[in-house]
Design a protein around this ligand. Structure first.
Ligand SMILES: [Mn+2]
Length: 246
């Protein structure tokens, strides 16, 4: 399979032809290429608005001089820090989304985009969550900290003045705590999105007859079916079906 940058998906619905594509930056790790492909496919297939999906590849960012920090021992993926370049990569204009590659979308991304409110600097699912596992995926150490998982899917108001602090210099030098806890923002500048848009496999639960608990995007945060150890995880069938139909 080949990766294509900046694939533009035409609108399926009756949206304005002049509408700018919604930019979606997906964290890319060469160890999880298939996860990226399936995530991308799951968004494009259901989208009724034009979207532009751009993988955040550390090797490309290093070549272009936007990323130079050394990999720390607590970074479980190649996009642990580079994700915070999202506003920069979107030229500090409009709204753009960042999402980890280990997501599977089950719903039209337009529904998520329609939740955007310009008064916020960012919007995300505000999990109250402490993971039970101490290791994830291929054994990389997992750390526990406040706002865990909040940064895995974020809508960035890239032109918001507060986000201008997210320069390459900041992203390359600041601590994990500063970045992952959004310490450049006040609490009331962070908008909240329903948890079903970052439904944590193994943690969040579907409640029978409660439509508000039905996942719109599944996050295989412990490791997904593309890893041998997780091939029977909850919702594995949905991911495997999506992979096969590509
Ligand atoms: Mn993840």
């Amino acid at each position: 399979m080949s990766l294509s940058n900046g694939k533009i998906h035409p609108a399926n619905g009756a949206s304005d032809e002049k509408e700018k594509p919604f930019k979606i930056f997906v964290g890319y790790d060469p160890k999880e290429d298939i996860a990226y492909q399936v995530c991308r496919h799951s968004i494009l297939k259901r989208s009724s608005i034009p979207v532009e999906i751009i993988p955040i590849k550390q090797s490309d960012l290093r070549k272009s001089g936007l990323y130079w920090r050394e990999r720390g021992q607590f970074e479980s993926t190649e996009f642990s820090f580079s994700r915070f370049l999202t506003p920069c990569l979107a030229n500090y204009q409009g709204w753009a989304m960042f999402v980890d590659c280990d997501f599977l979308y089950l719903t039209d991304i337009k529904e998520l985009r329609d939740l955007i409110q310009d008064k916020y600097a960012i919007m995300c699912v505000q999990h109250d969550y402490a993971p039970k596992e101490t290791t994830k995926m291929d054994g990389a150490v997992q750390t526990v900290y406040p706002r865990k998982n909040w940064s895995s899917m974020v809508l960035y108001n890239c032109g918001h003045p507060k986000n201008s602090v997210l320069t390459p210099e900041t992203v390359n030098s600041q601590t994990g705590a500063y970045l992952h806890r959004f310490q450049w923002l006040e609490d009331d500048e962070i908008g909240s999105i329903p948890f079903v848009w970052n439904f944590l496999e193994g943690h969040n639960k579907v409640v029978e007859n409660d439509a508000t608990t039905k996942p719109k995007a599944i996050h295989y945060t412990r490791g997904g079916p593309w890893f041998e150890a997780w091939k029977h995880c909850e919702f594995a069938d949905l991911w495997l079906n999506e992979m096969e139909e590509q």
